[in-house]
Every structure is written in C-alpha cells, then in structure tokens.
Design a protein around this ligand. Structure first.
Ligand SMILES: *Cc1c(COP(=O)(O)O)cnc(C)c1O
Length: 340
C-alpha cells in the first residue's frame, strides 16, 4: 500500500528506536526524567519561548492551552476551518466550557480586520474574548502557509486588547522549511504554541507546547488533571528528540513529493488541484463525475490510500514512508484510470 492518508502514519526510524532503547528515564510527574527535560529545553530554545512541555498529542496540547488561557463562559476566536474547531470533538466546549466563534478566512488566513471586529466589547450581555487561535500550516485549507505578516498583524491587535494568541503549529515545521523563516520568528507572533512531533517528523508519540514559565507551570497542572502526567516518559521523549533534531530539514523532500504529485496530476482532465505549499495536496474530483468516496475506493483497489476532505475533495499527504518512485506510481495509476 502507498499510504498518503496522513503524515501521522509514519513509523519511528531506527535511530528513534535505538534512542528509546537507550533512554535514561525517571518519574516525570516528579520532574525527574532527564530525557524529557532535554527534549523540552531543546523545543523551548527552537521556538524561542521560556519553557516547553511534552504532551501526549496535538489535541491535548491545544486543549491544555485553551484550559490554561480561558475561564468557563469565555469566547475563543478562530478560523472557520481550524482543526481546533473541526476536529477536536468540541473539546474546548466539553472541557474548558468556552464558546468558539469562527471567522471565515481565505484559504485558512483570517483578515485581521475581521478578527478585530469580532472582539467583544465590555458588556454584561457578552462573553469575554479570552483567546485567539491561529493555525500554521493550515490543514483543512491544504497545508497553506499563513504569512508571517498576517500573524504579526493579528498579534499586534491582540496585544492592544490584552488577549493572548495561541498557535496550533501542528505543522509549523513544514511552514518554516517551506519559507526559510525560523520557527521562533513564527512563535514570536504568539504567546503559546503547540507543535506536533508525531506527524511529518515521525516520532511515535507526542507534541510540544511552549510559552512563558508561568504558562507552562499552569499547563503542567492541566496536563495532570487530564491524565497526561506520565512516568518514565523518556522512552517516548527520546525518539521525539530525534524527530526534533534530525527530521526537520528533510521535510523539504515531502514538499518536493507533494509538488511532484500535483504536477503529475495537473493534466488529468476533470481533476482540479489546489496550489501546493507544503506536504498536502487537495484534489477535487467532481470533474471526473466521481465523489471522494468512489474515487478513493478505486484508488484503494490500486493499492493507494488517501482520505476524503469534503464530498468531492480528496487529501493526499506526503511523508517519509513514500518516495519519489511511489509518487510516480500514484500518478501513473490515476492517469491510466482516467486519461484514456
Ligand atoms: C493533527 C493536528 C492536530 C492534532 O494532533 P493529534 O496529535 O492528532 O491530536 C491539531 N492541529 C492540526 C492542525 C493538526 O493537523
């Protein structure tokens, strides 16, 4: 099977398995695991934040951020197709008791004027706007890189209003590799950030959240409340450290493979391909008279996996388990099914 469903399907490399085998460990609830400390220090340094915390998943990291920044009854502003809104089981409402308020962006990018207009004035009828969430790269928009200037503009107005900004940077590494802008310049435009180590970077488990010392202290308590206080966590922090320090630059290969796929499919009549910016390729199949489901069913019979991303839209995500030769095979199989 050529698996392009997600970059989460990646399996730990030999170096990661070796690092797990050799990891020095302790009880991290007592803050005695040297390996997770090393990972957190490195992540804080790379993101230019005072401190960082290893969490079990991107969803847990985002939700800890919401829980730490907000009180029940508050309102959170975020893009209409944000992962935090679409794909986290309404956990900000279920767990933090906050109300999401969405702002329609263009390819995932919110207009700062729209964000400003959505901030609630001081009035007894209104919830308090207590957090703005950004997402970079934007998953649902197709791996779009949110421009640094856009983040800057939103952060500036948020600071004027005294509202913190959280970045869902599940794929921030992809944004940084695609633009050459460092991770910490992106993270400078937000108070807190969540970054996934278990996607394109290939760690088996875990995400990082980073922010001020004070934020991380409070976040540590929320992580414990959520059952995310782990014991000899160095076993998974060690491969995550390999992911963070050895796997970032090679994301450029995934981006090249995504472009290769998009270019190869470009001439298939009936397919519309969204502009590729990182490792995600969105393909609209309605012009073939197919639904996402019927198209994916045929692909699967040809040994290719992708996911539906709307009634007639399919998402392919390149990852290190799939090389250039396999991408050519995917192109060939789609062309031979539909071009002749
Ligand atoms: C994958 C993803 C998450 C959640 O990460 P999990 O580790 O799957 O919980 C959050 N935000 C975005 C943009 C993602 O792509």
């Amino acid at each position: 099977m050529i698996d392009l469903r997600s970059d989460t399907v990646t399996k730990p490399t030999m170096a990661m398995r070796q690092a797990a085998f050799e990891a020095e460990v302790g009880d991290d609830v007592y803050e005695e695991d040297p390996t997770v400390k090393k990972l957190e220090d490195k992540a804080a340094e790379m993101l230019g934040k005072e401190a960082a915390l290893f969490v079990t998943s991107g969803t847990q990291g985002n939700q800890i951020a919401v829980l730490t920044h907000c009180n029940p009854g508050d309102e959170v502003l975020l893009e209409a197709n944000a992962h935090l809104f679409l794909y986290e089981g309404a956990s900000m409402s279920a767990l933090a008791g906050v109300q999401p308020r969405t702002i329609q962006g263009r390819r995932g990018v919110m207009d700062p004027e729209h964000v400003k207009a959505a901030i609630r004035p001081d009035d007894i009828h209104f919830p308090e706007t207590s957090l703005i969430c950004l997402e970079n790269t934007h998953n649902k928009a197709g791996g779009v890189v949110v421009p640094l200037e856009n983040m800057q503009a939103i952060y500036e107005l948020a600071r004027e209003e005294g509202i913190p900004v959280h970045l869902d940077g599940a794929r921030l590494f992809n944004a940084s590799v695609a633009t050459g802008i460092s991770l910490h310049r992106y993270a400078d435009q937000t108070d807190t950030v969540q970054a996934c180590l278990s996607k394109g970077l290939g760690a088996p488990v875990g995400s990082i959240i980073a922010g001020s010392y004070d934020f991380i202290q409070k976040a540590r308590k929320w992580r414990k409340r959520l059952g995310g206080g782990l014991r000899q966590v160095g076993m998974v922090a060690a491969p995550a450290y390999v992911a963070l320090t050895e796997m970032v630059d090679r994301l450029a290969e995934n981006h090249a493979h995504a472009r290769q796929l998009a270019n190869g499919l470009q001439h298939v009549e009936g397919l519309t391909i969204e502009k590729v910016e990182t490792n995600i390729v969105l393909v609209h199949v309605n012009g073939l008279g197919e639904t996402a489901e019927s198209f994916l069913h045929k692909l699967k019979e040809d040994g290719i996996l992708a996911v539906p991303f709307g009634p007639t839209t399919v998402r392919f995500v390149t990852n290190y388990g799939v090389g250039g030769r396999e991408i050519d095979q995917v192109i060939d199989r789609i062309i031979s099914s539909y071009l002749y």
